[in-house]
Design a protein around this ligand. Sequence first.
Ligand code: HEC
Ligand code: HEC
Length: 286
Amino acid sequence: MKTPEKDPHTEVETTGHSWDGIEELNTPLPRWWLWTFYATIIWGLIYIAAYPALPFFGSTSNGFLGWSARSSLEADLQQHKDRHASLNNTLVDAELSNLQTGQELRQYALARGAAVFTANCSQCHGAGAGGTVGYPNLLDNDWLWGGSLESITYIINHGIRNTSDPDAQFSEMPAFGEFLEEDDITSLTQFVTQLAQAKTKELNIDENTLFVENCSGCHGQNATGNESLGAPDLTDAIWLYGADSDSVEKTITDGRFGVMPAWGQRLSEADLRAVSIYVHALGGGE
Ligand code: HEC
Ligand code: HEC
């Protein structure tokens, strides 16, 4: 081994490597860099000891601080629940019809109801509650089953035509294909589509025996519907199953059976109340 020579210009030792007479200098690392490097190693060791860092089979080291992302999340959730617990209790105990005046509680119920709606109702009624074929629009003031807070709450709790809740609202649009002639169905279809048009509002419903005998019992003498049976108003331009004569004919021939699940057992009392207030407030509540 040769003793390293010094570069005559810089007085720095050379490594002994030389390329075409150019010597490589053995310049030491700057001191500040080296100390920073050692400090990061020490910091890393402290961090590993303090926090969950080392993976084991199915778990990790715990760290002497006892912190974990999971327990931090749980604490956050608990804090959130505690903050809302008193509002929830007040909501559960409140007389719903008086809520209009209890401003803060109402704001809270609306916000909570909107979240419950997005999670549980929007897949059928639409994100904006605008509905679609077979799933009613909840924004207008046209209600199949009534638009009072009480009826809305009942529907949400027990649902419609489901088999899981014995108190569900139940009624049915019968399939008239089984007992009416095709001609009668065609003429009824024509009559019903005309009913909804403003110009023919003066149609004499009580003179149409086919309608009076078969349909008035549920849809009413003026064909304006019956909320206790969920029978839609046939004189407005709002259609659950479509305004065109094909859809109307299909409704009369095959009947309809819209099912709305019961939420009474699935949602907490506070959530049920919140979503009822929310739906009632959407614009069409009576
Ligand atoms: C699986 C689909 C579905 C889901 C989910 C659903 N609904 Fe419904 N809902 C329906 C159907 C279908 C009807 C109409 C039933 C009928 O034809 O009478 C209805 C009717 C209603 C009515 C009565 C409307 C009226 O005009 O009288 C209200 C109020 C209502 N739903 C609220 C809700 C709320 C609130 C939720 C969420 C907690 C919800 N629905 C979730 C399908 C659903
Ligand atoms: C036993 C009660 C009952 C009778 C009788 C009845 N309906 Fe209905 N009808 C309903 C119900 C309930 C609905 C809503 C069905 C649903 O939402 O699933 C409905 C829905 C309809 C609709 C769809 C309305 C829309 O908005 O899309 C039309 C059209 C209709 N009925 C026409 C008739 C005609 C015409 C007759 C007579 C031939 C008749 N109904 C007899 C209960 C009845």
